[in-house]
Design a binder for this molecule. Structure first.
Ligand code: CLF
Ligand code: SF4
Length: 493
């Protein structure tokens, strides 16, 4: 039986009565029938239950589920050389201004409004714009309010770790299930190049003393969380020439202390942001340098490669930001929680997830049975749902996959300015897109015009809409088989 193709729109759109539309398009999906386990194949069932709807802790979940941040914690107890406190916390966000800082009561209103309207919402995170553990009273008050009014949302926190140990027990009592610590070094000599000062125990420390205290508190906090069974993710900012090689050591340390994930993010450095690194010309890594380091870290702590370095007030699927739809002036003073859309959406996702997993497994089987050798770098335009369902001209980012006989691996994303503006192609943006797609063999998208397709081809990058609305892995395995001259039907027979 051929499985139906369900676009993200059909997953997420609702009728005026609040019913989810699940109308399926018929088409060329090669996925087989359902029936396999809904658990991830490489995660134990208890852990999978914790991560299966967290878009940051599970790459698979980020195709379906969304997070929101509330900017309730502006105060910070350290200075990072990549941060200007006028901007978002670079631990969890790109350096753009937070639209509005919120009180805990305002944050609750916003969470209810978003939960009522965004069916994909599964996680509330507090990621600054300062430090959520240092600005603890506001963080705790926000979590308490949300837990009492929207009990079916996961709670998540991000911190620099300095004030973490004193709050670990409260985090556990409040059922905060996921914690991120930004750890950029385990050697204070490197730390002093990243942190000019910290504020700890009513005192300001600088240089090696500051870095040593920060390091010890980060390790202690991580160990305490692991002892309590709270899932931890370590964020590290990759700063070329400062800590890039050193992150291999960081990866070992955090793995030994029970970290679930390690997320290596590129330094964002721009003089316009007014940061020390921006003003002194410290560059960030390019996409290939980041990938090369991530590849070297394979085999250590499990890697996250799908981080979007979101704002401290981001709303929506990773890679999109619907925050401007939910500013306080658009939210009624009295708003009552109604989880109808989210619950209906979850039922739909549960149904199609097995189908997606079966398609992935089939794709992996296909690749494994080929005699071909070689690697294919594929850029995918997607709006979510695990499908190739975005037009080339509308894409704000491309998800990058690496296919080889060993399987299909998500290896990152590349942000771009969309080619299409008001129905017209923007040549200047196409130049930027081609540069961003350096090293890519082929682009998969739902639609593409002849002009951008030809320009890409001139740059040595092929593009096709032939797999539009297919599952990503299904398309890539068919493509790989074609590329390397194997007959797909024979290979999978
Ligand atoms: Fe927010 Fe962070 Fe929780 Fe996610 S973000 S507090 S773990 S809910 Fe996610 Fe955004 Fe990357 Fe952070 S993509 S910056 S990893
Ligand atoms: Fe900025 Fe966050 Fe570092 Fe504080 S912890 S200085 S807010 S990046």
């Amino acid at each position: 039986m051929s499985a139906p193709i369900i676009s993200l729109e059909s997953l997420t759109n609702t009728t005026s009565s609040g019913q989810l539309l699940t109308t399926a398009k018929s088409g060329g999906c090669a996925s087989s029938s359902c029936g396999s386990s809904s658990s991830s194949t490489d995660t134990d069932p208890a852990t999978w239950e914790k991560i299966k709807d967290h878009p940051c802790f599970s790459e698979e979940a980020h195709h379906y589920f969304a997070r929101m941040h509330v900017a309730v914690a502006p105060a910070c107890n350290i200075q990072c050389n990549y941060c200007n406190h006028k901007y978002d916390c670079a631990n969890e966000s790109r350096p753009g201004v937070v639209s509005e800082k919120l009180t805990p009561d305002q944050a609750l209103r916003k969470v209810i409004a978003v939960a009522n309207e965004v069916p994909q919402l599964s996680v509330l995170g507090i990621a600054g714009p300062g430090d959520a553990c240092y600005d603890w009273n506001k963080t705790r008050a926000t979590f308490e309010r949300v837990a009492s009014k929207v009990p079916d949302i996961k709670l998540c926190i991000s911190t620099n770790g300095l004030a973490l140990p004193e709050h670990v027990d409260e985090l556990a009592e409040m059922n905060i299930s996921h914690v991120t610590i930004t750890i950029n070094m385990v050697d204070p000599a490197i730390g002093e190049k990243i942190y000019p000062w910290i504020f700890y125990g009513h005192r300001r420390y600088t240089g090696m003393d500051a870095a040593k205290i920060l390091h010890e508190r980060q390790m202690l906090g991580l160990e305490m969380l692991s002892e309590r069974g709270i899932l931890t993710k370590i964020n590290s900012v990759m700063i070329p020439g400062v800590n890039d090689e050193h992150l291999i050591e960081v990866n070992k340390w955090v793995k030994e202390r029970g970290a679930f994930l390690h997320n290596v993010m590129p330094l964002i450095s721009d003089p316009a942001h007014g940061t020390h690194f921006g003003l002194t010309g410290q560059r960030g890594p390019n996409a290939l340098e980041l990938k090369a380091l991530q590849d070297r870290l394979e085999g250590g702590a499990k890697l996250m490669r799908h981080c979007r370095q979101c704002r401290a007030d981001a709303v929506g699927l990773l890679g999109t930001d619907r925050g401007q739809e939910f500013t306080l002036d658009q939210i009624p003073l009295e708003v009552t929680y109604n989880g109808g859309k989210r619950h209906a959406y979850r039922e739909v996702v549960a149904r199609i997830r097995d189908d997606h997993l079966a398609a992935k497994n089939q794709a992996i089987t296909t690749l494994g049975s080929l005699s071909a050798r070689g690697t294919l770098q594929v850029a995918v335009a997607t709006k979510g749902g695990g499908r190739i369902n975005e037009h080339f001209g509308h894409a704000k980012e491309f998800q990058i996959y690496e296919a080889s006989q060993a399987g299909i691996k998500f290896v990152g994303h590349r942000k771009v300015e969309p080619y299409c503006h008001g129905g017209w192609g923007e040549d200047a943006n196409l130049v930027g897109i081609i540069a961003a797609l350096e090293g890519i063999d082929i682009v998969l998208c739902a639609r593409i015009g002849d002009c951008p397709k030809n320009k890409l081809m001139e740059a040595g990058i092929r593009a096709t809409e032939a797999f539009g609305y297919d599952y990503i892995e299904t398309a890539i395995s068919a493509l790989y088989a074609t590329e390397y001259g194997d007959d797909l039907s024979q290979a999978t027979a």
